[in-house]
Design a protein around this ligand. Sequence first.
Ligand SMILES: NC(=O)c1ccc[n+]([C@@H]2O[C@H](COP(=O)([O-])OP(=O)(O)OC[C@H]3O[C@@H](n4cnc5c(N)ncnc54)[C@H](O)[C@@H]3O)[C@@H](O)[C@H]2O)c1
Length: 428
Amino acid sequence: MKKVRIGVFGGGRGKVMVDQLLNHPDAELVAVCDKYEPILTKCKETAESKGVELAVYTDFEEFIKHDMDAVVLANYANEHAVYAVKCMEAGKHVMSEVLPGETPAQLVKLIETVEKTGLIYSYAENYCYMKAPFEMWKRYRRGDIGEIQYAEGEYIHDCSSIWPDITYGERDHWRNRMFATFYCTHSCGPLITISGLRAVKVVGFETNLNTEEKQLRIALPTNAGIEMITLENGAVIKSIHGGLKMEPGSVNYQVYGTKGMMESKRYRTDKQCDDRFDFNIYLEGPKLCKGEWEHYAPTNDVGANVGFKSEGHGGSDFYTTHCFIEKILGRPDGDWCIDVYTAANMGMCGIMAWRSVLAGNEPMDIPDFRNPEEREAFRDDVACCTPEVAGDALLPHTSHETLEFPDEVYEEVRKQWLREDSKISDLF
Ligand SMILES: NC(=O)c1ccc[n+]([C@@H]2O[C@H](COP(=O)([O-])OP(=O)(O)OC[C@H]3O[C@@H](n4cnc5c(N)ncnc54)[C@H](O)[C@@H]3O)[C@@H](O)[C@H]2O)c1
């Protein structure tokens, strides 16, 4: 069978997909595009070590003309929808890194482009495929805990020590302009996926800012974003994400249903604590308040035939790329892909939560973009925190006083990045 020919756009995080594609029996990595040439050199060397002649591009417009079936988008997090549309208009299937889009208008356009072209769009929310949430997804589908009533998702990741390596001292890098509830799909995404339900309403919160001197030296007054989300059946989700102080960071999920609950293993510092189990589930029996616990490390038969599995992010990085390839080939593992409607719904939780924050935590409805009529009010809605995108509809990127940093702070961050340059592709 013919292999799927895939190109990767953005070679920082994209290096993980480059490695996986070079080692997948059904894929052929054909091209990589990044404007930062040292990244291209690294990708080319890696490909050559596997006997693969890789085409490299610094210009997207040239890259997209390359003869290939599909593109992995690992470019800037706020530009995925824009480039996904360009890729599909050029006839390529798309797998998109997080986030799906920056504005409601972009998400409407993205959905309509998928519908118009009939091409595959797969959202690479890898946290859905971590061991515990993937097991929760399967067991929820089986009906084990009944109907969801409440869930919590947590992604605590303090990036301050790697900030120079991931923002390069660029004042306008998307990470420096990100609002508190933007990067929401690692925490709410798995819960929406597990439940199979649509988010219909959100209340957003921004914590106060961490303005310790160490933080301000790198122009990073960290905070966290919180979304309280209502699902279409009335269940409530708490989603929290951001750079709070905890090492290592925490990725944690709990789902309560009408017949029981499931939870992942939260990081614990207490060595006495029993942390052998990755997944825990409580199931109530025939009598009220009487049930059994199961504790185990889940195994997975998805992708069992593939020898090399990327171990990044608890092994989850393998599944996004693998399931995308399988979806294109029309095979069963492709059923685990996250479609454009679910992706847009996850992204809208953060976008509308930010509007809620700015309106003093007022609840905001999340439209159903499956319904063409509900798209109309959002078709031209470009409000966001990026001036070049929002124009007159520019939103502030914090609800607190905006701290301005002089150029020297960014220059110092840039110097730190240049000193650390050789580490760039080891980060992801
Ligand atoms: N799912 C995860 O666990 C995870 C982890 C890390 C990063 N990410 C995502 O991966 C994406 C990339 O993040 P990153 O950490 O590599 O940092 P980044 O966003 O700074 O890097 C983007 C890369 O794309 C290149 N690029 C962007 N626009 C370009 C253009 N128009 N032409 C040519 N090259 C262009 C940049 O040079 C850079 O190398 C982001 O969307 C981020 O959210 C996801």
